[in-house]
Design a protein around this ligand. Sequence first.
Ligand SMILES: [Zn+2]
Length: 566
Amino acid sequence: MSLAARTFLCGYLLACPALAVVPAPNAYFGHEIGADKTVLDWDKVVGYFQALAKSSDRLKVEELGKTADGRPFIAATIADPDTLRHLDRYIAIQQKLADPRKTTAAEAEKLVLEGKTVVLITCSIHATEIASTHTAVEFAYRLLTEDTPHHRAILKDTIVLLVPSQNPDGVDIVTRWYRKTLGTPYEGTSPPELYHKYVGHDNNRDWYIFSQPETRLTVSKLHNVWHPEITYDVHQMGGNGARLFVPPWLDPTEPNIDAILMQEMNMMGTAMAAALTAEGKTGVAIHGVYDFWTPSRHYMAFHAGLRLLTESASARIASPMVMTQDQIADTALGYNPRERSWNYLEPWMGGTWRLRDIIDYQLIAWDACLYNAAIHREELLRNFYRVGVRQVARTEPWGFVISSKQADPGATRKMIETLRFGQVEVGKGADGSAVVSMHQPYGGWAKSLLERQHYPEDRLYPGGPPKRPYDVTANTLPLLMGVDVKTVDKAVSFSGEWQAPAAASGPTLKASDTDSWMAVNRAWKVGNRVWRDSATGDFSLTSRRLEGTEAASRGALSAMDRQQYG
Ligand SMILES: [Zn+2]
């Protein structure tokens, strides 16, 4: 190619990026999105978002890392081109609003006027709940190509962070099983294997312990960087009641979550319900089924963000479900699916229910969520700052002290790392203890994880049995991990950041230390032998007499090997 031709081409590409045609989903995937008996492969979904990024200046896509099984874990960012060019500026605004110790009320007010509402949408964490990955594809395409008043408002006043699947491995597990069983009696069933390699369905109970790579990527690269004002987590439920659930939530609600956030979840949820009803969609339930107690699902709500949830009635994966009127349930938590009530105004009384129906409801819910995020931008950002102000003002208790003298130093270190991963600041006490003051933006999060939960006394009728809780009722890390933590009501001095002490050295590995068990496994992995004192249970990686056990003399050293104990 001649120099002139090359110059021409570069100039052409630079000048006319908008000329690239944004690929339509049906052309790219080879079928209408949500057509009966069609499902999506994860590599095609990734390829589609990359194609969108190439053809539009309103969308960027990033691989945040790899899943448990090594698939790409991606997030798309969607906003006006001018916003997308200055994402660092908007991240800085969010980070300043998130910490009122560093930002005065007057500074915050300026940032409120300048900032955008950041909305994170997470899809299909439960991989059989396939619809929202489809909705992500279609919604992104529409937002990039359809010029509507809502879309203009969304692009102008929000930044959308879109995770098309929170569990990409599960997308392929479910897709493979669905195609394999099409036309058999098993068509439309859940796969017989876990749809997440390690934790299955409880990948959505990981938001306080952060054990899985997908959780860690979303928390460290999206929540902790962007501090979204809203996280909208898109799910599906059983198919014999409401067509869609939206907040308000049921009681109990976790006491450390700010009341401003609870009110805003009520506001946003009912706005979404109103939009669905206005579009003629029946079977919309609010204030039913789902409580707001366990932090294991609600990381964002302890970090000044709303958690919106929708739960759509499921089809049989991508096969239609036919429901007769008498198959509709006559009871559900908080509403009766057969009767009109204030929180279930238009019952859905049966018919055919398809994947495409779920997508159609979700498209309206997403549009309503983002449109309201746009038009309430100022209040949402101002209140985001206010929640931080109220958090750092907490004085009861003053905080928590984690002594340096612990039976299990490994678990203690791990617990403190877990708190820090959730952005809790941990100071160093004079005696080497770890100090967690409540005077910090995520003090309520630390408090919820470190204090003992008292699940409310909630009975079916006076003197009757307790109502069955929806989910986990306690999450006290010190009890779960065997760490001694003291609640303190008076100020404790600390300076700098707590540092983990050096791991114990010497031939003896205390059996009470979680780290010892990892050291034993590491030794086995490279083919070494391990000895154990039968009296104390302590380990040694050498055959030398275990330190401190000779005096006891009851201890008999025995060699362990993997076959015996592994
Ligand atoms: Zn779910």
